[in-house]
Design a protein around this ligand. Sequence first.
Ligand code: MSP
Length: 514
Amino acid sequence: MGNMSNIYITTPIYYVNDKPHVGHAYTSIASDVLARFYRLKNYEVFFLTGTDEHGQKIQQATKNNNLNTQEFVDNMSLNFQNLTKILNLSNNDFIRTSSQRHINAVRSFWEKLNNNGQVYLDKYSGWYSIRDEAFYNEEEIVDGHAPTGAPVEWVEESSYFFKLSDWEEKLLKFYEDNPTFIQPKSRYNEVVSFVKQGLKDLSISRTSFDWGVKVPGDESHVVYVWIDALTNYLTALGYPDNDSKSLKDFWPANFHFVGKDILRFHAVYWPALLMAAGMETPKKIIAHGWWTVEKEKMSKSLGNVVNPQDIINKYGLDQFRYFLLREVPFGNDGDFSEDALISRINSELANNFGNLVNRVFSMTKKNFDGVIPEQQELKEEEQNLINICDENLSEYMICFKSVEFSKAIDSIIGIVSMTNKYIDNTKPWTLAKEGKIDDLKRVLRVSLEVIRLVSILFYPIIPSSSTKILKALNLSIDEEANCFAGPGSIPSLAANNRIGDLDLLFPKIDKNLT
Ligand code: MSP
């Protein structure tokens, strides 16, 4: 039983036949944002990502490259390890399925299922898609293809099976008892109706190739890559060592982030396998939508694959992170385009948030030599602003709890817009000209307090920009006790501290120059 103050968050592990693209970056960034949020809330967070390196698809990719399979996966995995740096991910571990610790975990998990009478040997005859690494029923095949559009081939081979059909009723009961197990709700309904249609036993080993974990006691079989891959979530916690502290502290996982294409594996097979192994099931599977690029499906053949590094070089990391989470409600599909990215950067980061920080910092520098003014008695206008902050802060918390990133960003942007409006109304430049120093101090002080709060609220999403602003205010996110307190509840900025230098955070982008 995981500890209540601990949170375990995972990304899917990425197939190494491909280089990282915007779709991979999206799942990873979303998971990172939630991990950073829970750390701010003082939870102990274990955030895992990694690479999926076994199976027929990878073996095939290796053959195409004429390389030794292990060397190939070693090289390709590095692209994803680099991605964690490029995206500023705060992962606690990086799991690779070709590592010995993982192979041990998969074999133990298999043995556990086998000892529990959940595995039997038979023959599989049916369709298989190497691209999806998935078995398909006859009824699912449309015009000779998988429902995903992937090519399929007819497979007939000796195979071990998992008694998935035994778990149909228990799964349905489990979904009923845990109505928030799958998010969004539309996906939950989809999974329930899939299971209601009936479950067949699942083929869990292959014999027509050998790049995988050998089945314990029968080396002519390799474990089906999805059983292998799902087990990664246990490996990283020290499984099969049941005394492992991480396993005790962090299992069951709180959040498995997945794309909608791999929901069935996580929401049907995974809980059934865990129940069959006598283990606890994860708390939540969060399925996000897919990105198209300029309204087209992203594909190598179309040559429109978006490389996260290129976008980050051109527009900046925080800008990229912000866009991905802001542009579409989490769970929906989205369309990636540089035009949309530029509009978000210019209207929300540069003209709104960046402008607020700029104008308040520069007025404080100009009028008070950068020294943060002491707290003044507040008037109605400030009280109104503080109320808005408090309301939006509660909204933000609710949105994060339900993993609705774009709505959470709405609530932050709401504070920023109202603060800019407050400044337009109170006209601190006029107060300065008229020598109304106490009024000027009051306005700038409150505005700086709001900037502190907004930077903290933004921290999970745009960590490096937030850190820079807080640093300029002589604050550090790690030392911010009570960091979610609104600007009215505590004067958290030390007066008489001097604001440090801050480069322009979000330069405005001229569409014509890109
Ligand atoms: N290896 C499996 C996952 C095993 S988890 C135990 C896998 N790997 S993948 O590399 O193909 O995909 C990883 C993730 O990237 C999936 O969640 C998938 O949904 C996501 N995306 C891949 N392309 C995508 C888009 N175009 N848009 C959004 N996400 C997409 O599946």
